[in-house]
Design a protein around this ligand. Sequence first.
Ligand code: DGL
Length: 262
Amino acid sequence: MFDSGVGGLTVLRELRRQLPDEATIYLGDEARMPYGPREPAEVVSFTREALRWFGRHGCKLVVIACNTATAVALEAVRDESAVPVIGVVRPGAAAALTATARRAVGVLGTTLTVRSGAYVRALRDLDPLVDVIQQACPRLVPLVEAGKADTDEAEAAVREYVEPLLTEGAVVRPAVDTLLLGCTHYPFLRARIEKVAGAGVRVVDSATTTALAVREVLSSHRLVRGEKGALHEVHATGSRERFAAIARRLFGEDVPVHETTL
Ligand code: DGL
C-alpha cells in the first residue's frame, strides 16, 4: 500500500481487518509529503517510483491509498506496472453513491485532487445523474499532521470548507446529503466534519470499499493467501522518527518503521 505519508494507514487498518491473513508492505513517502499542493507531473513521477519500489518487494497487488496520487497518476501508471494496481477514488465514489439518497454529493479533497476532477468523473461514470460539488481543503492536512485535529482551529477550518456545501442559495436544506472524505487525513477530522455538517448529511470515506475491492480482485484471481501468520512492514522515506511520531499521535500506538529511499 502506497501513500504520500502516514494517513493511508487508515486504509491499511481496514484492509487488515477484512483480509487478516494477507501480508502487507506499506510505503509512506513522508519526505515529499504533501502531494496535494504539487503539480500533476511530479505526483505521477513519485507514484512511478513507488511502483518500481513495490516491484522490488515482490507484491501481488498495489493499493494506492493516496487520493491525490490516485486522482492524477493511476491512469498513467496502471498500464506500465507489472503488478495490478487499485486506487481509492472509484471505491470512494461507490461508497458515496451508496450513501446518497438525493444523488447530491460533496467531495472534500486536496487542491490537486479537486483540480484533477477525478472524483467527479468517477461519480458520474457510476451515476450520470449525480450532482457533485467539490471543495479543496488545503489547511486540513497540515492541521492533522501537526496533531491539531481536535482543536477549535481545526473546527474553524472545517466550517470554512464545509459550510458552503450546506446552503443551497438562501434555502436551509443542505445542497448535498453526503460528504465524501477524499483524502487520507480527513477521517481524523470526521467528528468535526459530522458536527459541522449536521445530522442530515452522511460522511463517508473510501477505506471500507477499497478493502472490499482488494478482496474481490484477490478472490476472483485466486490470489487470497491461505496461511496464517502474515507479516506486516511499514517503510517511510525521510526520517523514521518523524513518521513514527506522527503515526503514534494519530493512531495512539507505536508503529515500527523502516527508513527507505525511492
Ligand atoms: N495522501 C494525500 C491524499 O490522500 C493527503 C496528503 C498529501 O497532500 O500528500 O490526498
